[in-house]
Design a protein around this ligand. Structure first.
Ligand code: HEC
Length: 165
């Protein structure tokens, strides 16, 4: 083997090694994203059945948005289809998008407090699932006509309770 060929072989091996490392890094990042999404409750609102189904929901059905509104003084909001939102943007767009203020009951302050690395892991996980489903219904302003089922987020005072106090 000439020196030149030897160097080429070495360069090739180094390139292969770095590809292998980055693939391993990537799968660790996806795994961390899966973990973060699970423990931070995103599925509670963004996955159909996320709050109601005790059995594990197949990954292909995660985070596709829910067409049941959350109604309160802010109007009626819908948990977005994160599979479509996240798969439509670059990682740097996601970092900015994820930190924006949102309507209740989205815990946007929790997402805003995530480190860049955590947000990138959530991004990698949702990208690994790919796009699926349809966009969630559009936000309806207070007093507007709502065409879907919705959950009312208003504190209730039981009449009986009010009398006996
Ligand atoms: C209690 C319900 C709830 C939980 C839990 C929740 N979300 Fe949301 N999320 C919403 C609602 C409702 C909206 C729509 C808010 C709006 O219209 O401003 C939303 C919007 C978003 C958006 C904006 C998407 C767009 O339309 O551009 C992102 C990103 C998001 N959520 C990510 C997450 C992630 C990641 C988690 C887990 C850490 C999470 N959410 C947990 C209810 C929730």
């Amino acid at each position: 083997m000439t020196t030149r060929t030897g160097m080429l072989v070495l360069a090739g091996l180094a390139a292969l090694a770095s590809t292998a490392v980055s693939a391993a890094d990537q799968s660790a990042q996806v795994e961390r994203g899966r973990y973060l999404v699970t423990i931070s409750g995103c599925n509670d609102c963004h996955t159909p059945g996320g709050r109601q189904v005790a059995a594990a929901i197949p990954e292909k059905d995660l985070l596709i948005g829910v067409p049941v509104g959350f109604q309160g003084p802010w109007g009626t909001s819908y948990a977005s289809n994160l599979r479509l939102v996240i798969n439509s943007m670059s990682e740097s767009q996601w970092l900015a998008h994820a930190r924006q203020e949102r309507l209740p009951p989205m815990p946007w302050f929790n997402l805003k407090a995530m480190t860049d690395d955590d947000l990138k892991a959530v991004y990698a996980f949702v990208r690994s699932l790919g796009p699926a489903g349809v966009a969630a219904p559009a936000y309806v302003a207070p007093g507007g006509k709502v065409n879907t089922p919705y959950i009312v987020f208003v504190p209730q005072v039981d009449k009986q309770q009010a009398v006996t106090r």
